[in-house]
Write a protein that binds this ligand. Structure first.
Ligand code: SF4
Ligand code: SF4
Length: 166
């Protein structure tokens, strides 16, 4: 009698499991077929940190505030003509805190929406944005009004942080 009871219990358990499985067949899929499909990225998403060296004024504010010392900057020129000649980010050390982005007076430094970055060597994780300017990594389209000769002046009363991610 006990064996019949076991068989019955086993059968009922299987049926219950199949009912649960069957219900899931009619639930819309929550997965996406990455990489052909991608989920929308929130506006404040922190992807690869990049610097638009063409407007960076080499003020060093980001370098000084970085808690892990992963930024390096050298500049050339004086006053309004000053621009970065070397600007490196060491992605090995960066903790994506975005403190550097907050202090940048010209919004040249920003978190892009790019998260599909692959490195095959640690040396590739140090990028000089003067030698290797954006794009390709996460480059945003620069609005025409940002091509001012003096980007530092744009901070006053004008936001240029709304550039769209590529
Ligand atoms: S995000 Fe933070 S850790 Fe990374 S470079 Fe900026 S300040 Fe440094
Ligand atoms: S804070 Fe901005 S402008 Fe100043 S050095 Fe850093 S990236 Fe360049």
């Amino acid at each position: 009698m006990a064996i019949i009871n076991d068989i019955l219990q086993g059968f009922l358990t299987t049926v219950k499991g199949m009912i649960v499985t069957g219900k899931e067949c009619f639930v819309p899929a929550v997965t996406v077929q990455y990489p052909t499909e991608k989920r929308p990225i929130p506006e404040r998403f922190r992807g690869m940190l990049v610097n638009d060296a063409s407007i960076c004024i080499a003020c060093d504010k980001c370098v000084r505030i970085c808690p892990v010392n992963c930024l390096y900057c050298e500049g050339e020129g004086k006053g309004k003509a000053r621009r970065a000649s070397v600007f490196t980010i060491d992605y090995v050390k960066c903790c994506w805190c975005a403190l550097c982005v907050e202090v940048c007076p010209v919004d040249s430094l920003y978190m892009s929406h790019d998260y599909e970055t692959v490195f095959t060597d640690r040396s590739q994780m140090i990028r000089d944005f003067c030698q290797d300017p954006i794009p390709p990594i996460g480059g945003r389209q620069k609005p025409a009004e940002e091509s001012s000769d003096n980007p530092a002046e744009k901070k006053e009363g004008e936001s240029n942080s709304g550039r769209a991610a590529a």
